[in-house]
Design a protein around this ligand. Structure first.
Ligand SMILES: Nc1ncnc2c1ncn2[C@@H]1O[C@H](COP(=O)(O)OP(=O)(O)OP(=O)(O)O)[C@@H](O)[C@H]1O
Ligand SMILES: [Mg+2]
Length: 473
């Protein structure tokens, strides 16, 4: 009895082989044909309509039965089914001869000799298809994430700004504690939004400079040292970090993003080694590319987990984690026109291999790494003593495409203003040393055309005459 294959999805029955149709008969039910069945099942068309083997215990035959595909015991029985193509997987020349002699003119037969080629082709096709699906999914999620990040940035700025301003007024202790909780939660959310944005940003290249990847790795190893050395030892286990850094040309990239990428890989490796182990970081030049591998001796991953690690918000580490580390890394590498591969084995460890482009011959190669520079954006000086608000302001303005310089106090702000040209100055009113008003006045004296924006929640208490005198718009 003939039955439909599991993947039969009503998709077109049109020819997949040009003149040959899309119905396959598989002759021989050994391991090879079981594996072939798996591969072919990925697509709705062509489909396998019958599997033939004399041995009822043959793995390919049993798989076919489990999938509801028809089976038969004699190789010539294959012609009782409407097949367009026969894959002869027994390797028996007699069987192949029989099939070739008996076949109707419209039915093609591929012998075991050519099957290997067919098999490789299918496998490559499957990998390519998975890559396309993954790329499309990430691009759709990226689109959504950009919108969400943008919207949430604005909302968080309002929540955090107001919490901060309320905390500055006289408050009861319990209110202050609540405001602190709001602020902490807000900053956690802001960090998630920042990573989301970093994952979703698609425009690359403009902040790229020639970077020393080995130096970035050593930096990342140094900043994570408290976790892999001190914290691990305090908890009674040891983690060794070995760096095996070969001579490299400079990479073309954004140093901050690349550092974050290495830190993220190190943190993941540490998470995977709760009882200690070893991380090995190796770099080498491969043609035009730079290659970095980060290997750990940790718990490794199952195939199923490994398939999802680049999905945003995918984490196996519980609700306190965002699961954005590797999605951000993927976004960063896509922007850098680099790539990442992973190989892993449960209980033995994981290796991530990252490839980046060399800066050789790039017009940006000789530029030193400085603040982000955006043609067409404004040059903005931001003065704010609250580190977190400063960070948020700088981020928001940079995300909007502006070049931002920052200062934590009036004195520092004015000294930067004296050296560089700005289109706008944004300053908090109550900053240490020199007040916002004085900053505005001095800035106006040095450059009468420069607009100064005072950021404060105390607008209703400001003296209009004072504002006028300072030249604040
Ligand atoms: N080196 C590794 N060894 C084993 N599993 C890993 C490794 N790196 C990543 N993973 C798996 O991939 C998942 C996703 O990693 P990713 O860095 O994106 O998120 P996370 O580490 O869970 O959370 P976050 O990075 O946001 O704190 C992890 O939860 C873990 O299951
Ligand atoms: Mg992570």
């Amino acid at each position: 009895m003939e039955s439909e294959s599991r993947m039969g999805s009503g998709a077109s029955e049109a020819s997949s082989f040009g003149s040959v149709g899309g119905k396959i008969g598989l002759v021989g039910g050994g391991n090879q044909s079981a594996a072939l069945l798996d591969l072919i099942l990925v697509w709705p068309d062509p489909k396998v309509v019958v599997v033939v083997d004399a041995d009822p215990a043959a793995p390919g035959l049993r798989k076919a039965q489990a999938l509801g595909i028809a089976t038969a015991s004699h190789h010539l029985d294959v012609f009782r089914y409407p097949v367009d193509l026969i894959l002869e997987a027994t390797g028996d020349p007699q069987v192949l001869n029989d099939l070739l002699r008996t076949r109707p003119a419209a039915v093609e037969v591929i012998g075991a000799g050519s099957l290997r080629f067919f098999w490789e082709l299918l496998q490559r096709l499957k990998v390519t298809q998975e890559q396309i699906i993954q790329a499309e999914r990430l691009s759709a999620i990226g689109h959504l994430a950009r919108g969400v990040a943008h919207e949430f940035n604005n909302i968080l700025a309002i929540i955090l700004g107001n919490a901060e301003l309320m905390a500055r007024r006289r408050q009861s202790r319990s209110n202050l504690e609540k405001l602190k909780t709001i602020e902490e939660a807000g900053w956690r959310a802001a960090e998630t939004v920042r990573r989301l944005h970093s994952f979703a940003t698609t425009t690359g290249g403009r902040e790229f400079v020639a970077v020393d990847l080995n130096e970035i790795i050593l930096d990342a190893v140094a900043v994570t040292r408290p976790r892999w050395k001190d914290e691990a030892e305090a908890r009674g286990f040891t983690i060794k970090v070995i760096t095996n850094l070969g001579p490299l040309p400079r990479a073309l990239g954004n140093p901050t993003e690349l550092r974050e990428m290495v830190v993220s890989l190190l943190f993941n490796a540490l998470d995977a080694m709760p009882e200690g182990g070893q991380i090995t970081i190796t770099t080498r030049a491969v043609g035009e590319m730079l290659e970095m591998s980060v290997s750990d001796t940790g718990v490794g991953m199952s195939e199923e987990i490994a398939r999802h690690i680049f999905d945003p918000f995918f984490t196996t580490k519980g609700p306190s984690r965002t699961g954005l580390g590797l999605s951000v890394l993927h976004g960063v590498l896509a922007r850098h026109r680099g790539s990442v591969d992973v190989s892993t084995q449960e209980r033995y460890g994981t290796t991530f291999i990252v490839r980046l482009r060399s800066a050789e011959g790039s017009p940006n190669a000789e530029r030193p790494a400085t603040d982000a520079e955006v043609p067409g954006g404004l040059r903005i000086l931001v003065i704010e003593d609250e580190a977190q608000i400063l960070h948020l302001l700088v981020r928001t303005l940079q995300n909007a495409g502006h070049t931002v310089r920052s200062a934590a106090g009036g004195q520092q702000g004015l000294s930067i203003f004296g050296r560089e040209k700005f289109d706008i100055v944004v300053t908090d009113l109550s900053i240490p040393e020199v007040s916002g008003f004085e900053v505005a006045r001095t800035a106006k004296r040095l450059d009468p055309g420069v607009p100064v924006i005072l950021v404060t929640g105390w607008g209703d208490q400001l003296d209009p005459q004072h504002l006028d005198e300072s030249g604040v718009g």
